[in-house]
Design a protein around this ligand. Structure first.
Ligand SMILES: [Cu+2]
Length: 343
């Protein structure tokens, strides 16, 4: 999808519920225990509606924070019921299609076993007691009906996305309780209800699909996230920027060569979190010890006051694409750049 359409979907169609997942099948789906699980897709979206049922447009402050809707829908339903067999497995496929909201998900009395990230399978399941899902992120988790056969809520817990302004702590909204997102109460996303019995109970496979580490980078680049007093297409006023520049579809910000691997460091001196997304080529996160995380991602949370380094390789596609903050209000305010991959 090209950049202007992407932005427009965030503003209008997506918020009005027009979003759907695209399923790509691969080696993970061929593993018998995964294939045998009940597959449930939840596309998470939130919206604030007016008295006559129309989406409410945010003001500038809400856009800068990243709007969060008062209503949360899971594939278009409020608190849908998901049946799970005693001892059976559900493969829960989660998509955060919300404009700005982060989901911190927990299933009462059940662990989650993450088996995939944005770009495909993990090499082995990872046991989690809760899962943070930032805008744009996709994760599959396996859940076993291992508890007494009752009902259990999939809850969304409060999460602070930091504060307005630079450098964390008290920003420009500090005196107004400017911490973003943390004042939302826990809510129920869906309810798991036990029904029937799986026969026989099977364990998860200890190995899934290997993730090969990307080759060493030939180049390292820095991307500093910030604000600027905008000009150009944003028409002045406060805008968001990468390396001091707001988005301009007619400008190439980053030129790379097909076949190269690179490391990109996202540096976030702002008080608020930014989930950064690169189109087309997935990446692997460089961990604090310098090793690569064994996971394919295309969205990574860059916390307020923090920095994250990712390695990517431009292996197959030439042409222009974008990278941007996946809080769509931030992208619309200019936090997006153009990458050109040349032959
Ligand atoms: Cu952002």
């Amino acid at each position: 999808m090209d950049a202007p359409t992407h932005a427009r979907l965030g503003r209008s169609s997506g918020l009005r519920g027009l979003a759907a997942p695209v399923m790509v099948r691969g080696d993970l789906d061929a593993i018998p225990e995964i294939q045998a699980a009940k597959e449930v897709v939840l596309v998470l979206q939130d919206v604030t509606l007016s008295a006559n049922g129309q989406p409410v447009e945010p003001n500038l402050m809400q856009q800068m924070a990243g709007r969060e809707g008062a209503l949360i829908g899971a594939s278009g339903s409020a608190n849908p019921t998901i049946s799970i067999q005693k001892d059976g497995w559900v493969r829960l496929r989660l998509v955060n299609a919300s404009c700005s909201r982060f989901y911190r998900l927990q299933l009462e009395e059940h662990d989650l076993y993450q088996i995939s990230s944005d770009g495909g399978s993990l090499p082995a399941p990872i046991e989690l007691s809760e899962l943070l899902l930032v805008p744009g992120q996709r994760v599959d988790v396996m859940i076993q009906g291992s508890r007494p056969p009752e009902s259990y809520r999939l809850v969304n817990l409060p999460y602070s996305r930091g504060a307005m302004g630079m450098g964390g702590g008290m920003g420009m909204m500090g005196g107004m309780g400017g911490v973003i997102g943390s004042n939302s109460a826990p809510s129920t996303i869906a309810t798991f209800v036990y029904a029937g019995q799986a026969n026989p109970a099977v364990p998860l496979p200890p190995k899934l699909v290997p993730v090969q580490p990307l080759p060493l980078p030939s180049q390292t680049r820095s991307f500093v996230l910030g604000q600027s007093m905008g000009s150009g297409m944003m028409g002045g006023g406060m805008s968001f920027a990468i390396n001091g520049r707001t988005f301009d579809p007619g400008r190439i910000d980053t030129q790379v060569r097909l076949g190269d691997a690179e490391e990109w460091e996202f540096i976030n001196p702002m008080g608020m979190d930014h989930p950064m997304h690169i189109h087309t080529n997935p990446f692997q996160v460089v961990q604090s010890d310098g090793s690569l995380e064994a996971a394919w991602r295309d969205v990574v949370l860059v916390p307020g006051g923090g920095r994250v380094r990712v390695r990517t390789a431009f292996q197959d596609f030439t042409g222009k694409l974008v990278y941007h903050c996946h809080i769509l209000d931030h992208e619309d305010l200019g936090m997006m750049g153009v990458l050109a991959i040349g032959a």
